[in-house]
Design a protein around this ligand. Structure first.
Ligand code: C2O
Ligand code: CU
Ligand code: CU
Length: 474
């Protein structure tokens, strides 16, 4: 597969950083969601807060059952206007295996309606599973049941509310959590013996924030990027022990260029699971919703090293090597069989266009709306009709000045451009003025769900469409 031949530089470009900045210089209306400067001196060393990870809930005997309560956060250190699942700064991490049944009883103790979405899981889009068209009123409960297929790919996924109109507000206020699907790929020795860390990155904003038209145009951003809810945590690594990091950009709208001073990264998975082989990169640029998994060879010299990732070169965490050590761990050469990336011949092609319009009503922030194919979201309308078994190629053309990360529920895709991300994905940045082609095998599930821009402020003002996958016609 051609995208496996990525150079280090192309991998970074594919993730969007250079393309976005090049476009900005030509685009008078501005149009980046990543330039907010964090408050305080971003060059100072870590605060010494420990690197904490969310509580882990692990399936056993093929099942994981849990209660998830969405409410105003009251835990120690909760910011005013923060929301939380189970009163934890980041919701519990759900660890599953392919074939498992996940049952979540969602209780809504918020003042507003909400619902739940399992971003990236290839599960049914129909109730009681990943149905984003339902609404759970304040004070009500809803039970979600998700059956992971036996062949579900391993990887990092996440959950968050998906009620159109309030998604950005609820996600930005803290309603996020990670989902990890493990399988035999995780038994490769170098990977199994590495030190795993989860990085849930976000830049929280209060639930009662007055959303400005600038927030709607560029996507709201908070003042600083947090790591698992902590500000600039410090952690110590052991030279000679490989680190394996799973990273999710769980911010509502901020693009995160993630890198480690003094350490090289090997990309081993993108949104939809494992790559065929590790790819050396200087860093990864994650659009809102995107994930990456990297192996990190710790620096061999003792010292403190910055982990950067807030979009302005600021430090988000500090890596400490207490003791110098010359032994560098070796990386695995092969991760999974490349045949897992083969998809059949394309059976249908479509073009989707991202646009923006002025002159909408008050609901669209004084006139701005973002559109797909000239329309804003209508839950009653089906925009794309297809049939189980089709293998579609969608070319997503961005007619606006700013980047829009495209996301499709339920059916992972591959980016077909040579400079794209390799492997399976569910979210991909479409640079301002640019286009991206993806291939989607509509297999495994039928039903109606959505595709949208994952700058959640854009999704909330209408940059979303509906796809329906019908059972095979007779
Ligand atoms: Cu992360 Cu439609 O969602
Ligand atoms: Cu999603
Ligand atoms: Cu957008």
């Amino acid at each position: 597969m051609s995208s496996m031949r990525l150079t280090r530089r192309q991998a970074l470009q594919g993730a969007g950083a250079l393309a976005a900045s090049a476009w900005l210089s030509a685009c008078s209306s501005g149009g980046t969601n990543s330039v907010a400067t964090p408050s305080g001196d971003s060059t100072r060393k870590g605060t010494g807060e420990p690197f904490v990870e969310p509580v882990v809930l692990r399936s056993s005997g093929g099942r994981l059952d849990l209660s998830l309560t969405a409410a105003v956060a009251t835990h120690a250190g909760a910011a005013s206007g923060a929301l939380a699942y189970n009163n934890s700064v980041i919701g519990p991490t759900l660890r599953l295996r392919p074939g498992d049944r996940l049952t979540i009883e969602l209780t809504n103790n918020l003042d507003d309606a909400t619902n739940l979405h399992t971003h990236g899981l290839a599960v049914s889009p129909t109730s009681p599973a990943d149905d984003v068209f339902v609404s759970v009123a304040p004070g009500e409960n809803r039970t979600y049941v998700y059956d992971l297929p036996e062949d579900h790919r391993s990887g990092l996924f996440w959950y968050h509310p998906h009620l159109h109109g309030v998604v950005a507000t609820q996600v930005a206020a803290g309603l996020v959590g990670a989902i990890i699907v493990d399988d035999a790929l995780d038994d490769i020795e170098t990977i199994a013996t590495s030190r795993e860390r989860l990085w849930v990155l976000n830049d929280p904003t209060a639930v009662d924030r007055a959303v400005s038209s600038m927030d709607q145009m560029h996507g709201r951003t908070g003042s600083s990027v947090m790591v698992n809810g902590a500000s600039k945590p410090t952690f110590e690594v052991t030279p000679g022990i490989l680190e394996r990091w799973r990273i999710v950009n769980a911010s509502a709208s901020r693009r995160l260029p993630f890198a480690v001073d003094g350490a090289s990264l090997a990309l081993i998975a993108s949104d939809g699971g494992r790559l065929a082989e590790p790819i050396d990169v200087q860093g990864v640029v994650l659009s809102p919703g995107e994930r990456a998994e990297v192996l990190v060879v710790p620096p061999i010299e003792a010292g403190s090293y910055q982990v950067t990732g807030d979009g302005s070169g600021g430090e988000i965490a500090t890596l400490v090597v207490a003791e110098a050590n010359a032994a560098a761990p070796t990386l695995p050469a092969r991760l999974v069989d490349p045949s897992l990336f083969e998809i059949g011949a394309v059976t249908a092609r479509r073009t989707l266009r991202f646009g923006s319009e002025m002159g909408g009503g008050m609901m669209s922030g004084g006139g701005l709306s973002f559109t797909i194919d000239g329309r804003t979201f209508d839950p009653e309308r089906v925009d794309i009709d297809t049939v189980l078994g089709e293998i579609e190629e969608w070319t997503i053309v961005n007619d606006t000045c700013m980047d829009h990360p495209f996301h499709l529920h339920v059916w992972p895709f591959q980016v077909v451009d040579d400079d794209g991300w390799p492997g399976w994905k569910d979210t991909v940045n479409v640079p301002g003025g640019g286009q991206v082609a993806i291939r989607i095998p509509f297999v495994g599930h039928t039903g109606r769900t959505v595709y949208h821009c994952h700058i959640l402020d854009h999704e909330d003002i209408g940059m979303m469409g509906v796809v329906n996958v019908a059972p095979t016609s007779m």
